[in-house]
Design a protein. Structure first.
Length: 373
């Protein structure tokens, strides 16, 4: 069970759109984006939510989305590199209020099309996969999520997330393989490591130096040593650094991720080779920490390990909620370590809105068994 929402309460009843847009404005300020950019992106977030933006928060969530533990259809993140301001991202489920996955997907597509008109970018890769991931009677856990990387100047990088189980979980492997083939990565699937599931396929749309096709893999009972063997980059990250990140993020009481599983992301940019150009390990820290104070301490140590100033992170949490970190767990949902060829490692903290509820502290985090996110 989760407790009633605590942080960020204002007099009166805020709406979902007003609440999350205000969080985004404050987060942009912490990260150094201008007020004009913050206003632009807050407006885009509210527009992307569609009709449910005006839904009062004293009503239940518009759908039981698994985008967050309390079913808020919005998630924030900060991506850190050494000697650079953190990049702010926001993930949203545009069709969260629709009845059924088919309508959800159509609403998501409409939101992406509106962004293409606003920022004039191509959706060729998404168009090539529409029948695979948005069939007339879709299955799976989601239809379409959209993420924005908020850049100075008011023009974001756009990403979409799709469900390989859209045609049935038993067809996920074939769906991912066919998607990679259509996008020119004919042998890419064969180099991926073994996995226990394929939760997402993501596409970079819009202005990216090297647009990526990203395949996410689920790994049950993942150990640090096991995580170190999962990269397929050539050359890849030092396995010892992957082990160290797993241990730092999951903590001393979780040598195996026996609750919510670990995820890896394999990014493909070059159709001339089968090998991925990027590798990310995602650790669901909220299942393996007692409370967010502990998760914050772990995130701080990881950032320091990579020469990154962690001073922004407490301010980012305060931008989202008034509650103490020790009063709940899940405000910091995931910690991720990303490697991309010819770039320094990147650390990302995924931050929950908690618009509807705060998850109580874990009593036995190493043994918690939560649904997959």
């Amino acid at each position: 069970m989760t407790a009633p929402r605590a942080g960020g309460v204002r007099p009166g009843t805020p709406t979902l759109g007003a609440f999350t847009s205000a969080q985004l404005r404050r987060l942009c300020a912490v990260a150094g984006l201008s007020e004009a950019d913050a206003d632009t992106y807050a407006g885009v977030l509210s527009e992307s939510l569609g009709p449910v933006a005006g839904r009062p928060l004293d009503l239940p969530p518009p759908s039981r989305t698994f985008l967050s533990d309390d079913h808020t259809p919005v998630e924030f993140s900060l991506s850190f590199r050494p000697d650079a301001a953190p990049a702010v991202r926001v993930l949203v489920e545009p069709g969260c209020g629709a009845a059924g996955l088919a309508r959800n997907g159509r609403a998501g597509l409409a939101a992406v099309r509106a962004m293409t008109r606003r920022w004039n970018f191509s959706t060729d890769t998404l168009d090539a996969l529409e029948d695979l991931f948005l069939p007339p009677e879709p299955q799976g856990a989601l239809a379409l999520w959209c993420a924005l990387e908020l850049r100075p100047g008011g023009v974001p990088g756009v990403k979409v997330y799709l469900d390989p189980a859209a045609n049935g979980a038993e067809r996920s492997v074939g769906t991912v393989r066919e998607a990679l083939r259509r996008l020119g990565h004919h042998k890419a699937f064969d180099v991926l490591p073994e996995a226990d599931g394929y939760p997402f396929l993501a596409l970079d749309l819009g202005d990216w130096d090297e647009p990526r096709v990203k395949v996410y893999l689920r790994h049950d009972d993942l150990s640090a040593a096991g995580a170190a063997r999962l990269s397929r980059m050539h050359p890849g990250p030092d396995p010892a650094s992957i082990e160290a990140f797993h241990r730092a993020a999951a903590g001393p009481h979780a040598p195996l991720l026996t609750g919510r599983p670990g995820l890896t992301c394999h990014s493909f940019t070059d159709t001339g080779t089968a090998w991925p150009s990027g590798f990310t390990l995602h650790i669901p820290v909220r299942d393996y920490a007692e409370h967010d104070g502990e998760a914050l301490a772990r995130a701080t140590r990881v950032l320091h390990r990579y020469g990154i100033d962690a001073g922004v992170l407490p301010g980012a949490l305060a931008a989202l909620t008034l509650r103490r970190p020790e009063a709940g767990v899940g405000l910091i949902a995931y910690l991720a370590l990303a490697h991309q060829q010819d770039r320094p490692p990147r650390v990302t903290t995924y931050l929950s809105s908690e618009a509807y509820a705060v998850r109580p502290p874990n009593k036995a985090p190493a043994r918690s068994a939560q649904p997959v996110h």
